[in-house]
Design a protein around this ligand. Structure first.
Ligand SMILES: Cc1cc2nc3c(=O)[nH]c(=O)nc-3n(C[C@H](O)[C@H](O)[C@H](O)COP(=O)(O)OP(=O)(O)OC[C@H]3O[C@@H](n4cnc5c(N)ncnc54)[C@H](O)[C@@H]3O)c2cc1C
Length: 308
């Protein structure tokens, strides 16, 4: 493959592609709009022996350095088609760059059950499956209705897999180890009444707005909730990382432009919203970890992904 087949932008500031709006410059940058372009971008990076990172909505990604020595691929591959349909259910193929919010609304409008509780979840389908994003009231995962998917490996070869391959668990998919890229996913959705789905979506959104900071620059929950064993060790009633951070006296604490939300302690918000310095974030994250460790003996682990 010839590397001149794609044109990338050089020394590109990606802050507007990260919902935390943190300053970072990628050596190379490209937006892709089709499966072909996504595959080509991966092959290009492989050919040039440079690292690459696929960004969906950038709502669970942050940085630790102000530069990324590689190619950032922003996935805008948006496509969906019905594969098969009966009176009871529909199998639908969706591309990985599909915006979650659009998909949730469209599925509700069609009366297709499975995504309505994710109303208000930012990002793309690709990011949602990679993270196995979830809603806890009631418990629903973005992967619940997944039947099969097409991936590309790190050198750009396609591979068809079924749900088992992903080894989904809380906040985890096998892609976090293989670093393969999702191209398309087939979901199987049951047909339900539209008002029922609208009601569920509304409930989720109301709960979200009540418990989370809304309309601010953030990347959602920064740390993973703790395990059952850790909960026992910490001698607390909940697995919520936000609870531990709150009880460690960190709500409202800030370094530079980054602040622990006063509404939900597991949310770090960027109060200036433009190009804030990653060094301040690193310091705040390390302060949170130290204080929680000191009070509860627990090492918090990041839920967010670092672009490094
Ligand atoms: C206000 C707010 C609320 C949130 N609420 C929730 C919530 O309720 N539940 C929850 O679980 N999360 C929540 N999040 C976190 C985040 O929105 C989700 O994890 C979301 O699904 C991430 O999607 P994304 O496309 O933005 O991922 P990105 O941040 O773009 O990427 C995340 C990871 O996925 C990888 N990735 C992206 N696309 C692909 C692909 N095509 N193939 C392979 N890997 C890929 C990236 O390389 C990266 O490692 C919230 C975030 C915000 C800002």
């Amino acid at each position: 493959m010839k590397n001149k087949q794609i044109t990338t932008k050089k020394k590109y500031n990606i802050f507007k592609h990260l919902t935390l709006r943190i300053k970072s410059q990628a050596d190379e940058y490209i937006e892709v709009f089709s499966r072909k372009e996504l595959i080509k971008a991966v092959q290009y990076a492989t050919y040039k022996h440079i690292p690459y990172y696929v960004l969906g909505g950038g709502s669970n990604t942050t940085v630790t350095q102000s530069t990324y020595s590689g190619l950032v691929i922003v996935n805008r591959y948006i496509y969906r088609e019905i594969v098969s349909e009966t009176d009871e259910e529909v199998n639908i193929r969706v591309s990985s760059g599909y915006p979650m919010s659009l998909l949730v609304s469209e599925f509700i409008e069609k009366g297709w059950e499975g995504f309505e509780y994710h109303m208000g979840l930012p990002g793309t389908i690709g990011g949602g499956i990679y993270m196995n994003s979830k809603w806890m009231h009631p418990i629903r995962y973005v992967s619940d209705c997944l039947v099969e998917a097409v991936l590309i490996d790190r050198i750009g070869n396609e591979k068809k897999v079924t749900k088992d391959y992903f080894k989904f668990s809380y906040g985890y998919s096998f892609l976090q180890q293989t670093k393969e890229i999702l191209l398309e996913i087939v979901f199987r959705l049951k047909k339900k009444s539209i008002p029922l789905l609208q009601k569920r979506a509304k409930q989720s959104l109301i709960y979200r707005k009540k418990t989370q900071p809304f309309g601010v620059s953030t990347c959602g929950c920064f740390f993973k909730n703790i395990s059952k064993i850790e909960r026992k060790k910490a001698n607390v009633e909940t697995k919520s990382a936000g609870y531990l951070i709150d009880k460690s006296g960190l709500k409202g604490v800030s370094i530079g432009n980054f602040k622990v939300s006063t509404k939900h302690a597991n949310f770090i918000v960027n109060t200036k919203s433009s190009q804030s310095d990653p060094c301040d974030l690193i310091q705040l994250v390390s302060l949170i970890k130290q204080k929680v460790k000191l009070k509860y003996g627990i090492e918090l682990k990041e839920e967010v992904e670092y672009l490094t």
